[in-house]
Design a protein around this ligand. Structure first.
Ligand code: HH2
Length: 384
């Protein structure tokens, strides 16, 4: 007769159980769940039943703890009090690990790129490319790109993210000279207009020129691994950074992507890149992390990450999400790249509910409206 199944043998994304039988043998990652806002959050915080997520305003009342094992992951879920009781019964190093994890999840974030992170901030997408999946060719002309950047800012973008190379699946790289020719005048003119500009590039030469032209943020889909010079440039520039996870290279990344356990793999990669930045002299508060939706991920991977975005607050950094108009929305909900507003808004609202601080979106006015309504509703939820 087969041995009875271990009650804690839970392979992600299977449902998880309480902490009683949780016996991890690897580092434990903490993913907040049971999110609260408005008066309900205030009441739960006052009673010690919840903790603030990255300083608030979102709070969380439960934790899902996850650890690797040879065949996937083990997990346990329960109220914060249950995690605390379980932790008190563990050895010293596990206690220290959980304390550090909770501290990273709850600590208020410093301003990032001059922006307070007490509400979701919008990064408007501006692709100065002929071939981007979402707006390719619309803004390849510098005049039109600058006008679009101004329009994004006028409709509520806190940041305009300027890119000169498509990183859509299957995209061919462009030369650094061509990328620079596309983005430099656009960055310069938007920065001169007082707009906070981010440069979306994986090339050190483009970062350097864009920063000299007034960009304040480096957004690198390779998390500063794509160019040997980029870490040093990011370190000495003082710019804010976005470190994104990508599995492989845009040309091939969607060919059968595989992970041991996607959320833990992405988390560990980002932690490694943060450590490299910190070792290079970049303070953690200058870094935002991004799980990289659609970059070497199938639909199940994307959904697992979207369902556990709050895990990434455990890096202690701001969290950024770029789900806008991406192809998984079309596969799950229908519609070509320009008919994915509904799905993009759904992803943005789900991210806001998990305390994500920066949303990279194409449809700034619409996202702003959705977030304003969401904030009004959760803020006014009466306690009765
Ligand atoms: N997605 C794209 C490009 N840059 N940067 C971050 N941090 N996060 C993302 O999710 C992200 C990104 C791809 O979207 P888009 O710019 O619209 O398309 P393309 O790469 O085809 O230009």
């Amino acid at each position: 007769m087969a041995a009875p199944a271990d009650p804690c043998d839970v392979r992600s994304p299977a449902p998880v159980r309480g902490f009683a039988a949780f016996r991890p043998a690897a580092p434990v990652r903490l993913s907040p769940v049971s999110f609260l806002e408005g008066p309900a959050a205030a009441a739960a915080l006052a009673q010690g039943l919840a903790l603030p997520l990255a300083g608030g305003p979102v709070a969380f009342a439960e934790i899902e703890a996850r650890a690797r094992r040879a065949d996937g992951a083990v997990a346990a879920q329960g109220p914060i009090g249950e995690l605390r009781r379980w932790t008190a019964e563990q050895g010293r190093s596990r206690q220290d690990e959980i304390a550090a994890g909770l501290a990273a999840l709850t600590a208020p974030r410093r301003d990032w790129a001059g922006l307070r992170l007490d509400r979701p901030r919008l990064m408007g997408v501006l692709n100065v490319t002929p071939d981007s999946f979402s707006d390719g060719g619309d803004f390849i002309d510098a005049e039109r790109a600058v006008a679009q950047g101004r329009a994004l800012a006028a409709s509520g973008a806190d940041i305009v993210d300027v890119g000169g190379e498509s990183t859509r699946p299957g995209a061919e790289p462009v030369s650094p000279e061509e990328e620079l020719r596309r983005v430099e005048p656009v960055v310069r003119r938007l920065a001169e207009a007082g707009i906070t500009v981010s440069i979306d590039t994986r090339r050190a030469a483009v970062m350097k020129a864009a920063l000299a032209a007034g960009a304040r943020i480096v957004n690198d889909v390779t998390a500063l691994t794509g160019d040997a010079e980029s870490l040093a440039i990011a370190a000495c520039s003082g710019a804010a950074l976005v470190l994104m996870h990508m599995a492989g290279d845009p040309r091939t990344m969607q060919v059968d992507p595989r992970y041991d356990e996607v959320t833990l793999d992405v988390f560990d990669f980002l932690e490694t890149r943060i450590a490299a930045c910190v070792a290079a002299g970049i303070p953690r508060e200058r870094i935002a992390v991004d799980p990289g939706i659609g970059f070497g991920k199938n639909d199940a991977h994307n959904l697992a990450l979207l369902a556990r975005l709050a895990l990434f607050h455990g890096t202690g950094c701001a969290v950024l999400l770029g789900a806008s108009r991406k192809s998984f929305i079309g596969r799950l909900g229908g519609g070509g790249p320009r008919q994915r507003l509904g799905g993009s808004l759904a992803a943005a609202l789900a991210a806001a509910a998990q305390g994500v601080q920066i949303l990279r979106v194409h449809d700034v006015a619409e996202t702003r409206q959705a977030l304003a309504l969401r904030a009004a509703i959760v803020g006014s939820a009466a306690l009765s």
